[in-house]
Ligand binder design. Structure first.
Ligand SMILES: Cc1cc2nc3c(=O)[nH]c(=O)nc-3n(C[C@H](O)[C@H](O)[C@H](O)COP(=O)(O)OP(=O)(O)OC[C@H]3O[C@@H](n4cnc5c(N)ncnc54)[C@H](O)[C@@H]3O)c2cc1C
Length: 311
């Protein structure tokens, strides 16, 4: 994946900013590009870097932070992970407890984050930490960049339902972080979290992934037979496939509407319709996965050899 990602900046396709060698594409052009990557299919650039921490540093960071981090993000010199959720703070993100206590030119960070996607590969983590214990919960949070190789940051994998390891717990035990790793103003992290999550909502529906999956289903259905005829000719199966395709087309149009609207209101906030993109996108991905499983029947069953963790 890294080898592939590193070829993208050579064409200016690694990140959007023209001043850092990007194409200067509009949001719609970017959307089309990402959809092409998903359909090909090849991995889209690592969202934690290019789409999440990158825009926060670019918008709220110091010049020195921009100069150091942005080219590294574009070139995937650092693999980033996202440090929001904690064991007791998921939907109610503002209740997070991870503490960063300022001591001279350092923060001493203590606490636990969980569900960190691909943190087992990460070099860096962007974290929301509590820097003021007295303030209202949304106003005492700061956005801090942490080095995953620092002493006192163990990563523990969580096995997920498909038997794989994608998410992790990350622990911070008296971890020293230089104050230069604070992005923007101290205690203003909640504003940056909203900005970042707004960016996360667009481009998350993964329409290209579902399109590619439907293409694959159509290809395979012509080979698999049910009662002597291709599954595609089976009315029950083809009805379910058609329903998925209709939902996907509606989602694609909604996402294009949201993306085309980006930046038009000047308040930096995404179109509120963006809130449905993630849930609808994942529902369609689940439906297409179920169709694929139905299609390949017993071959879809996991076999014990995959689950090496417990051996
Ligand atoms: C595969 C995966 C990858 C993830 N990757 C990351 C990552 O990289 N970084 C990261 O920081 N986080 C990550 N997360 C965490 C994710 O953002 C949280 O799971 C999410 O915020 C929900 O929090 P929770 O799991 O604690 O559920 P909870 O907040 O405990 O919610 C449980 C249920 O209660 C409902 N609920 C909660 N509050 C209310 C309410 N007020 N009213 C009505 N219903 C409510 C929810 O809808 C949900 O159904 C990941 C999660 C998953 C599953």
């Amino acid at each position: 994946m890294i080898a592939w990602w590193r070829t993208l900046p050579k064409k200016g396709w690694g990140q959007p900013l023209e001043e850092y060698g990007g194409t200067g594409w509009t949001a719609v052009q970017h959307y089309i590009f990402k959809e092409e990557l998903h359909m090909y299919p090849v991995p889209a650039p690592l969202a934690f870097g290019v789409s999440m921490v990158g825009p926060v540093i670019y918008t709220f960071g110091e010049d020195a932070q921009k100069k150091y981090y942005l080219p590294r993000i574009a070139n995937v010199d650092d693999w980033w992970c996202q440090g929001f959720s904690e064991p007791d703070s998921g939907s109610d993100l503002a209740s997070m407890k991870m503490r960063a206590e300022r001591k001279g030119d350092k923060y001493i960070v203590n606490g636990q984050k969980t569900w960190k996607t691909l943190a087992q590969y990460a070099d860096m983590i962007f974290c929301f930490c509590r820097t003021d214990l007295i303030a209202r919960k949304q106003t005492g949070i700061s956005f801090i960049l942490g080095d995953m190789k620092t002493k006192g940051v163990p990563v523990r994998p969580i096995q997920i339902i498909d038997g794989g390891y994608k998410v992790n717990e990350v622990f911070f035990d008296d971890v020293e972080v230089p104050v230069q790793n604070l992005v923007g103003e101290e205690n203003k992290g909640w504003d940056y979290a909203k900005f970042l999550l707004g960016n996360e909502r667009t481009g998350i529906a993964r329409v290209g992934v579902s399109k590619e999956r439907i293409r694959r289903i159509r290809e395979v259905t012509t080979k698999f037979k049910s009662c002597g005829r291709p599954l595609l000719k089976d009315p029950a199966f083809s009805q379910k496939l058609a329903a998925c395709e209709i939902e996907l087309k509606a989602l694609e149009l909604t996402e294009l509407r949201v993306v085309a609207d980006e930046g038009k209101h000047g308040d930096g906030k995404p179109n509120p319709a963006s809130s449905v993109l993630k849930i609808k996108g994942f529902e369609i991905q689940q439906a297409t996965t179920e169709l694929l499983m139905e299609l390949i029947g017993p071959f879809a069953a996991p076999f014990d050899g995959q689950f090496t963790f417990f051996k």
